[in-house]
Design a protein around this ligand. Structure first.
Ligand code: NAD
Length: 295
């Protein structure tokens, strides 16, 4: 069992750290927010005074933070105090450029590093069923895999430094675009007098089939577990979709890739967010689509 430092105990990090305790690891945790530290303590983690204190003597350091600037700031702080040759894993969703800078920082200090953003949301974090998309050297990935398996059920090595973040934003760009497409199809069906169930029965077994339709249907009824049946309570909040689509656009601009639908999806989710719906599940975008119709 490993000595693990866990920094960032929010909606995702809190339950992930709890699963590491359950798996038998010695977890030393830190978050800026006292309530999150208290919860981690109740879950069986030791609480450090600050980030630097949490990494002393750790074999593995894990960060789960809001954005690239937080990750670079924490990694800059803690890496000089890590045991030589220890492993640092960032599970946050951040921009590819910051992820690469974070890896370079670790390499300079002789630490192994992995970027390992996740998919599966807070339910996956609680149930230890997350998918981890990993970037980094083979040796670092091999060292990270067994501990990630305590928090998730699918661990994929996507390539070198930053490849995990690249996979994450490409996947979520598909998701944002396809959810708008599914929402538009249901909004059109409503105008044409076609029932939700009829469209679902046809499209879910035809060429329109996709995850946004069959696992996360944006209208109530056809998929009972989807947020549409629960007042569009997240799930995955629209504000987080804006974040991921913006990361995808930043990466596309930096790399010179054309992503016209990704750009349009970002604009549509931004408008939904700006109208005060950032806390609504991202499948609620169908409401925005309906509101665009000529009255
Ligand atoms: P969150 O805001 O609930 O948690 C982030 C935590 O980081 C907070 O508790 C905050 O206090 C802490 N923090 C910030 N700066 C810190 C510092 N310097 N030192 C210590 N702690 C610090 O966010 P979350 O929902 O847990 O998401 C974390 C990451 O996971 C984000 O990058 C997000 O995009 C990604 N993600 C979230 C979901 C989801 O459904 N919530 C799904 C997949 C990926």
């Amino acid at each position: 069992m490993a000595n693990i430092a866990f920094i960032g105990l929010g909606n995702m990090g809190g339950p992930m750290a709890a699963n590491l305790v359950k798996a038998g690891h010695k977890v030393t945790a830190f978050d800026l927010v006292a309530a999150s530290r208290d919860q981690a303590k109740a879950d069986g983690a030791a609480i450090a005074e600050n980030s630097v204190a949490s990494v002393k003597g750790a074999d593995i350091v894990i960060t789960m933070l809001p954005a690239g600037k937080h990750v670079l700031s924490v990694w800059n702080e803690v890496i000089p105090d890590m045991t030589k040759g220890a492993l640092i894993i960032d599970c946050s969703t951040i921009d590819v450029e910051s992820a690469k800078q974070a890896h370079a920082l670790a390499t300079r200090h002789g630490a192994l590093s992995v970027d390992a953003p996740v998919s599966g949301g807070t339910g996956g974090a609680k149930g230890a069923t997350l998918t981890f998309m990993c970037g980094g050297e083979e040796k670092a990935f091999a060292a990270a895999k067994s501990v990630l398996e305590n928090m998730g059920k699918k661990i994929v090595h996507c390539g070198g430094a930053g490849a995990g973040q690249a996979a994450k934003i490409c996947n979520n760009m598909i998701l944002g675009i396809s959810m708008i497409g599914v929402g538009e199809a249901f909004a059109l069906a409503e105008k044409l007098g076609l029932s939700h169930q009829a469209l679902f029965d046809v499209a879910s077994t035809s060429s329109g089939q996709c995850w946004a339709l069959t696992s996360y249907c944006p209208v109530p009824g056809p998929v009972p577990a989807s947020p549409a049946n629960n007042g569009y309570k997240p799930g995955f909040a629209s504000a987080l979709m804006v974040k991921d689509l913006t990361l995808a656009q930043d990466a596309a601009n930096a790399a010179g890739a054309a992503t016209p639908l990704g750009k349009h999806a970002q604009e549509i989710y931004k408008a939904f967010d700006a109208a005060g719906h950032g806390g609504v599940d991202f499948s609620g975008i169908i409401q925005h689509v309906r509101s665009l119709a000529a009255k």
